[in-house]
Design a protein around this ligand. Sequence first.
Ligand code: MN
Ligand code: MN
Length: 462
Amino acid sequence: MVTAAETYPASLLVADGKIVEIGAVASPAGAQEIDAAGCYLIPGGIDVHTHLDTPDFNARTADDYATGTVAAACGGTTTIIDFSRQERGRSLGEAIDTWHEKARGKSAIDYGFHIIVIDMYEGIEHDLRRLPELGVTSFKLFMAYRGLSMVDDRALLTALDAARECDALVMVHAENGDAADYLQKRLLSEGKRAPKYHAQSRPPRVEAEATARAIALAELVGAPLYVVHLTCREALDELRRARLRNADVLAETCTQYLYLTAADLDRPGFEGAKYVFTPPARSVEDQEALWAALNRGELVTVSSDHAPWNYGGEKQLGRDNFTLIPNGAPGIEERMTMVHGGVSAGRFDLNRFVDITATGPAKIFGLYPQKGCLAVGADADIVVWDPQASGVITQERLHHAVDYTLYEGCEFRGAPRHVFLRGKQIVQNGRYIGEAGYGRYVKRRGPRAQRRLMAALGPGRS
Ligand code: MN
Ligand code: MN
């Protein structure tokens, strides 16, 4: 058994979808037994940053709830929090309804929703404050993508203030959208059109400036803040400065920033387009800083930012102009194994691995202790993790619907053998055996309510 705090030998008993006993469990008559000798039992992974079935570029992200959640399950993830997105001129409630329709009857794993706020219509504060009743306790805003989803500081303040009032968490994509837009146009005017210029158009300062600004705005209204996909030392420095002031700010990174660099954008031909996601991958030194920050708890989780576009499809839109390459890459299935690479490399221990991939996200996004932990009373979302499983990541082995993986040819050690969701086995020896529609919507509590609950649980509950 591996929790965020301890590793110890034990058995556990599951009944009616819940963990009912942990320790030297005697197997009741008729119970199905799973021998996990040589493996670890860990809580099912929670990926808090995915974009399934999301329209853009006259298409949709390559994975819908059917394929995306099977890929997640095979990678050891039993819960996602997906981004439902408001459309311009439409209400927030419509976005949530639309996402329920996308997921219903299709999802292989449990799921919750964040909302992406695009359009600050008259009266939106009222609608924002009602979202927690629907179990949606996180509002995402973009400081980048000028003319598309970017909001101004006033809109961000409005959302932060509403979140503070109704006990929700604002999430920001922190990049200075005006600066990125300016640099893109300047590069194009110089005839610089290849994928590699994606990184030059959004250097670390673009991210660090917006990170600092978002934190300052959150402090002004006394609201908590969550920075998505933090990628570099300069943004980490802003996070640390804010923490010294006691600012209520948390940040994640994503798998790709731990393994890739801006040099991947300069692969031969148009291959670099596969590595166009935003913010761009940085340097080896930045990777080292992110791993260290994960070990120290300065970064609280690694999400996938799974936003898959086919290389043979939508990615080709930017063949002659890097600014037209759809931003995003797959990673929902690879995430757990790649983060476990940090254990193999001695960057952090197994308990930290569990905290980063499951317990931390459950606590931050209002699912703990129902999810994210192995404890009596918790949902029996359990992964039998084989630390010795090894091989090479290849597109053929993966279950996503997109036509490539960022990690083609990467050696891995450590992979899920069996996966259980609320007691039902959905992956057996790496093979998906679940059923579409078994996944359920999970309502989430807000950050204040979650903190109150954890205080009531007391120490010793990890
Ligand atoms: Mn983003
Ligand atoms: Mn994203």
